[in-house]
Design a protein around this ligand. Structure first.
Ligand code: AHM
Ligand code: MG
Length: 338
């Protein structure tokens, strides 16, 4: 397959042909998701033009509420995807409950879990944001009502995962379990073209990425982990550089391409409820699948993210994801303290 000018649809079809259970419904799912992302990308690109800060949540002159961009992105994805004919249910970071596809639309066996606009606090300063998605297949029989249990599947059950990054260019990075591929939106033709075939994350990186302002909320093992990356006791004999955008898709994308580690550890800002911030189903699991498919790793410090059995829709989890060597180091330090 020649890589120049390969569109994402051609790429999906090519991969589908390799798979014996290929149905084409999965390609339909992707095509609708891509259309939703193109619309979001268009709005993100205009965000700076709309009343300077744009989507404020205020009431406009017609008395209509001006939607915030993350709410808009959520509505676009739900609207498009419930009509795709391939989903039975969805879950969004923005909705407390799962969204069952109404009976008036054709339903299918897939489930889409997504964060419509992650890092949205960065919109007003023109910093990259993204849409993250995870695709599952329902477990319960098609004749029955889809249940929350169908959503609560471990990362290893994902049939696909990826993200759209709205940055200097709009990109799609996805996996269906056969490697990780990156596509860049060519706005002149409106197509995502293959720009990053078979992404491999470097085995060891030079960058660590964490919000270090939480140092005082961390436990001893976590401080030791972060100190290790700042230190010189590593094969390079130099500290890792620190990069932190505060936008998961952007921080992960850099980690995937340059190597290194992204961390959002558990913290004790509420001492009675120590926890990570990132959500297992719509943030950690899809990033973990991408990282592993690119030759990297993802852990919560002790367990492989992909094997964590979710017990609630918006469950949060500590996340360490990136180059194999760097993530192994984290697990080694936590193990020592266990
Ligand atoms: P959001 O889903 O409310 O946008 O929050 C998720 C974002 C991630 O993109 C990013 O990794 C993290 O929050 C940054 O959090 P913090 O400001 O605590 O470092
Ligand atoms: Mg988020």
């Amino acid at each position: 397959m020649a890589y120049s000018q390969v569109t994402v649809t051609e790429h999906l079809l090519y991969h589908q042909q390799q798979s014996p259970q290929a149905t084409g419904r999965f390609t339909n799912l992707f095509n609708d998701l891509i259309l939703a992302a193109k619309i979001i990308s268009r709005e993100v690109n205009k965000a700076g033009l709309v009343d300077v800060l744009g989507f404020t949540g205020d009431v406009n002159v017609q008395g209509e509420r001006v939607k915030k961009l993350d709410e808009y992105a959520n509505d676009i994805i739900i609207h498009r995807m419930e009509r795709a004919g391939v989903l039975c249910a969805m879950a969004s970071e923005e909705n407390a409950e799962m969204i069952v596809v109404p009976d008036k639309f054709k339903r299918g066996e897939y489930i889409l879990i997504f964060d419509p606009l992650d890092g949205s606090s960065n919109i007003d300063v023109n910093v990259n944001i993204g849409t993250i998605f995870s695709i599952l297949r329902r477990k319960s029989p098609a004749m029955q009502d889809v249940t929350l249990g169908d959503m609560l599947q471990a990362g290893v059950e994902q049939v696909g995962a990826g993200y759209f990054l709205y940055g200097t260019s709009t990109m799609l990075v996805y996996t269906t379990g056969q490697g990780v591929y990156g596509f860049t939106l060519d706005p002149s033709v409106g197509e995502f073209l293959l720009s990053h075939p078979d992404i491999r994350i470097p085995e060891q990186g030079k960058i660590y990425s964490v919000n270090e302002s939480y140092w005082n909320y961390w436990d001893e093992p976590t401080r030791e982990v972060v100190s290790w990356f700042k230190g010189v006791d590593n094969p390079r004999g130099k500290p890792h550089s620190l990069r932190y955008i505060g936008s998961l898709v952007a921080d992960f994308h850099r980690t995937l391409l340059y190597g290194g580690i992204f961390m959002y550890p558990m913290d004790y800002r509420d001492p009675k409820r120590p926890r990570g911030k990132l959500r297992l189903l719509c943030e950690a699991s899809p990033m973990a699948m991408l990282a592993e498919q690119a030759g990297g790793l993802a852990t919560d410090g002790t367990k492989r993210i992909m094997e964590i059995e979710p017990h609630e829709l918006h469950q949060r989890v500590p996340l360490f994801v990136g180059s194999e060597y760097d993530v192994r180091k984290v697990s080694e330090i936590y193990r020592k303290h266990a």
